[in-house]
Design a protein. Sequence first.
Lengths: 499, 287
Amino acid sequence: MTLTTPSALDFLDYAPAPESRGILSLREEYGLFIDGEYVEGHGTPFATISPSTGEHLAMMAAGNAEDVDRAVAAARRAYTTVWSRMPGAERAKYLFRIARLVQERSRELAVAESLDNGKPIKETRDFDVPTVAAWFFYYAGWADKLEHAGLGPDPRGLGVAAQIIPWNFPLMMLAWKIAPALAAGNTVVIKPASTTPLTALLFADILQQADLPAGVVNILSGPGSMGSAMVEHPDVDKVAFTGSTEIGRGIARAISGSRKKLTLELGGKGANIVFDDAPIDAAIEGIVSGIFFNQGQVCCAGSRLLVQESIHDEVVERLKQRLTTLRVGDPLDKNTDVGAINSASQLKTITDLADAGEAEGAVKWSAPCVLPDRGFWYAPTIFTGVSTSHRIAREEIFGPVLSVLTFRTPAEAIAKANNTPYGLSAGIWSDKGSRVLAVVDRLRAGVVWANTFNKFDPASPFGGYKESGYGREGGLPGIQSYLTTGPTDAVTAAKGSTK
Amino acid sequence: MSRLSVAKTYKLYIGGAFVRSESGRVYEVTTKKGAFAANAAKASRKDARDAVVAARTATAKWAALTPYNRGQVLYRVAELLEGRRAQFVQEIVGGEGVSVAAANAQVDAAVDLWVWYAGWCDKYLQVAGTANPVAGPYFNLSVPEPTGVVAVIAPQGAADSLLGLVSTVAPAIVSGNAVVVIASESAPLPAVSLTEILATSDLPGGVVNVLSGSAAEMAPWLVAHADVNAVDLTGADELDWAGLEAEAAGTLKRVVRPTGRTLAPPALSRITALTETKTVWHTKALI
């Protein structure tokens, strides 16, 4: 089998098919959203840009500790006077409303997300935003059924939740955090990532349209120091964070000795294990979506491919062929498969780690694609000849870079898969069900995909083992993370999913 | 002439073996009234590390047993405790200064607690796991699994010197975890005697490792140990538990905070707090 060259694929060239930006009208500046209103922040406003072009999109207000005080006070007031007293059935209706409004404005949100994050419109349109609506729809139904959540007859919300979300799925992460918190009766102060604050503040507009009581959700754009102020605020009862393991450690340290509950969804170095009896066509697609979905900027990405030695050459060859057909470019183009890297600093992280991979002796291959002149881009890349000690096999790269390792026996695959301080995700490809289940049992990972990868659903709990964090988002454990049975609770654990 | 009794040497229990502290240290344990009771081993940080190694080795075997099997082992602990109650009553009366009736009640409660948790081994999964109705052709299941090695600071002080330890250790091992527990410093004798029961209950060596000595001295090493997955600070309310929790953040250990009580009331949450949830997606064919 020979590697297909780009020129042989010329017939696959499409005319550009950009999604219209007309559906989106951005304001020049977005305030913080506190107590139901857009207000000015006390920090220095900052620009949010499109990482695919560098284009200035809007100015964003920046909050500081003073704004955090205001927002937490508003959230506490809303919790005490409105939200915790409201019948669950009424809370549910607000969440259903929000789900519907997200669906109605889904194209606008998708365009905004692709612009601000750099990810392809086909992902924001077909995955991110539909998942946002699904998350609110799922948790809406829990709001009036909390007595069935497995915590006893009369569980209640914790109070004020401080939530900090990353830039890789900006609006989706917001939904993962806000929907269960509100359903359980909590009020929220949430901080979107500094490079992707736009859709969170557009979402505030949806909250106004939904007529959500003031203060129930407060949205603060701002720097990391503002996030620290949220975590450390004495009137916060719950902290939920998705992001890097390093920051997660700091948060766990910061809340120690307090009454605060914590859920952490942190980094990963997911192993995608391909056995020699795998359905190979499906496996190739699964490997590709496992690491190139969202430019690999996914905490649960299958960034380590463990392929059985006997099929290594075939898998690598077919992967290269497939990567050659990926379309890298304008995120708003409906044909684009791979968009821009989210920021200059993330691009540097990826580049540095990839350089280390070459320096340590792994063999690098990048898809022969033309990268745009402006913005932040990295071509889909595969490293072969990777050993377990290489940095590219150990450190989270958070980019479109796949490290290929081999194994001979299931025991070796399991040992290599578990050989990491992380434990978020794993994949198994095999046609033999009994082997899949046996391997599943021995993988130390919170989510295992068998003959699929990177699937998410509001009904399905998601979260990590070991240094990938604790607590679960999604499903029944996701609502338990925001509930308590009160001061008589037998266990006060620094873990959200106790029951 | 009355017969001279034979006193027992109270040792540590690490990896299924009864050992003295590698440090050679002991400390004097007295009765509530101040009389000499025994020289208990004063475990060192090296002993604590050895215990973690033993626990790590044991957890794979223990977790791999069927839940039915684990349940029977926990039940056997209850059986043997029942049969040897006199020894525990004597140690509790001496160490806590309570009546024989109260000591008997404590042993009753400890036996019953082992039985209660024994029954959870093959049930907690069904209560804490979920079948997930995802929007797609996937079989989707979430099941709790043991987190691995758990360091436990049992309730310190003289009250509930047997029951306090049992109330933290039994739930931790239900799911398949292995435990390193620091017994009550002032009243360690019932905990040490319990190891003789554990050793003869078909509990694999290393699943429960019992250290006597200073919790304040050993706890910082355990919460910072990179091969410990979770720490149960139930008995740490007199220690700098906030500092211990902060130290545990280094490798993002799961933390159970102090309750300020002499024992941990029976609760499913004691089991689930020391588990991980694994979600499995499997494709379904389109037929």
